[in-house]
Design a binder for this molecule. Structure first.
Ligand code: BES
Ligand code: MN
Ligand code: ZN
Length: 486
């Protein structure tokens, strides 16, 4: 979608569809207020009313969208309002819309521009690669949006819009990767996607294949991948170089399909498991945004990718795996595979001596029980880093909630026969998984984000979401990285 910023007024300048975002507690401009019964639109968050002004104001259609109370408005309110506007425009089959707020928003102009762009672009996202026979009505796309700003605000808003568009492209990339069926997005294919990304954006990309993983001792990735006909990969993507600013490692779980392996999942728990590479997808998306925004940082994206299958060559419960770090893992459940492939990636991250390691994974069903789909679980070895990521969660609207990593939890995954066992029992299942990962990062500041509840939407919960991959993590990571680059 093409988005431009103009200073001016929607009521006077829009033609086809003017969208006016309004607060619950401030009045509509007179020329708009005169078009409806006062109580029919109160500006509640999420409220939307279409009016046909018949020449009373410039636009032929006027859409009023509620933002809620002015002092409670956040970037998320703006993002949702913009996405709702696109949804309505699609319904009305209007190719261009103009949007503005009745009053100045209580946010800085760049943040407003960014939220508008994210809402507009993400509200337009659809995944229709495998749909046939769609009508032109269904495939109708809103092509252009104009965001109206107050005088003297246009420049900052335009900068924000550019940022928001880059972020939305990153989110769309992550959603596309997650929505791809397992057969179409194998570990090898993920490697190719990374190489293509590198080519397009000037990232340095290295993909290690099975022979190289074997030679270099990536025992965790190899064990999980050994049951599949689709060989595993380890992917390294680099934006910038060590001198460019602090080094940040982003690590993603890239299980292109998780059947559970020999500890096989029941059918109803398996049918969305093509999404078990949501962490990897977020890292891909964030690397793209970091490159497009030319962030003054050294960002290293690391992805462990494998397919977890039951077969005659699959790893077994009771096996002991020697990981890249040299540490050994007793496998008691082959379905707790994410932490095994991540152990190699997290150990590998240490070679960059990073200022921070932020890892994302669809790691545990237990986090879905704890937080549902409204927050990502956060565990950390460093509180300052945890606070930075939490803050980025509030700003980006991708909220996180912290769980503790106390010694007692580390004790729950000690094994008799090996250094660690890969399950700690049902109790505290998300935390013992986080504790397991923390064993592989050395003393580097580390945040683990469990996105099992947030990476996939069974049904869209927000106007800028659709059923399927959410692209969660891209907005959060981008905000975190931008915060780190000031
Ligand atoms: N990929 C799953 C976790 C998951 C569950 C992601 C639901 C998205 C939605 C992970 O590999 C897994 O199977 N975890 C097990 C761990 C258990 C065996 C200790 C789980 O949570 O059941
Ligand atoms: Mn699993
Ligand atoms: Zn998994």
């Amino acid at each position: 979608m093409e988005i431009t910023v103009k200073s001016g007024n929607v009521l006077r300048e829009a033609s086809d569809l003017g969208v006016l975002a309004a607060f619950e507690d401030s009045a509509l401009p007179d020329e708009a207020a005169g078009l409806l019964e006062p109580d029919d639109f109160r500006g509640r968050a999420g409220q939307a009313v279409v009016l046909y002004p018949r020449g009373a104001v410039a636009p032929r259609r006027l859409l009023l969208i509620g933002l809620g109370q002015r002092d409670k408005v956040t970037a998320e309110s703006v993002r949702r309002a913009a996405a709702e506007a696109v949804r309505r425009a699609r319904e009305l089959q209007v190719a261009a819309l103009s949007i503005g707020a009745v009053d100045d928003l209580p946010l800085d102009d760049a943040a407003v521009g960014q939220a508008f762009a994210e809402g507009l672009a993400l509200g337009a996202y659809r995944y229709w690669k495998y749909r046939t026979g769609l009508t032109t009505e269904q495939t109708f796309a809103v092509e252009r949006a104009t965001v109206y700003s107050g005088d003297e605000r246009a420049a900052d808003m335009a900068a924000g819009v550019a940022t928001g568009q880059a972020v939305a492209r990153g989110v769309a990339l992550a959603r596309d990767l997650v929505n791809s069926p397992g057969y179409a997005m194998t570990p090898a294919r993920m490697g190719e996607e990374a190489l293509a990304l590198g080519e397009r954006l000037g990232l340095k990309v290295t993909v290690l294949d099975k022979a190289q993983l074997t030679e270099q001792g990536f025992g965790g990735i190899l064990a999980v991948g050994q049951g599949s006909a689709n060989d595993p990969r380890f992917i390294v993507m680099e934006h910038g170089a060590p001198g460019d600013g602090p080094t940040i490692c982003l690590v993603g779980k890239g299980l292109t399909f998780d059947s559970g392996g020999l500890s096989i999942k029941p059918a109803e728990a398996m049918d969305t498991m093509k999404s078990d590479m949501g962490g990897a997808a977020a890292v891909f998306g964030a690397m793209q945004v970091a490159a497009e925004l030319k962030l003054p940082l050294h960002v290293v994206g690391l992805v462990s990718s494998a397919e977890n299958m039951p077969s005659a060559t699959a790893y077994r419960p009771g096996d002991v795996v020697t990981t890249l770090s040299g540490k050994t893992i007793e496998v008691l459940n082959t379905d707790a595979e994410g932490r095994i492939i991540l152990s190699d990636a997290l150990h590998y991250a240490q070679r960059y001596e990073p200022a921070a390691i932020v890892e994302l994974s669809t790691l545990t069903g237990a986090i879905v029980i704890a937080l549902g789909s409204h927050a990502t679980g956060l565990m950390a070895t460093d509180q300052a880093l945890a606070d930075r990521v939490s803050q980025a969660g509030e700003i980006s609207g991708e909220r996180v909630w912290q769980l503790p990593l106390w010694q007692e939890y580390h004790d729950m995954i000690k094994s008799e026969i090996a250094d660690l066992k890969n399950i700690g029992g049902r109790a505290g299942g998300s935390i013992t998984a986080g504790a397991f990962l923390a064993a592989f990062v050395g003393d580097y500041p580390f945040v683990h984000l469990d996105i099992a509840g947030t990476a996939w939407a069974d049904r869209p919960a927000k106007p800028y979401e659709v059923q399927g991959g959410t692209g969660v993590g891209v907005r959060l990571l981008t905000e975190f990285l931008r915060g780190y680059s000031y």
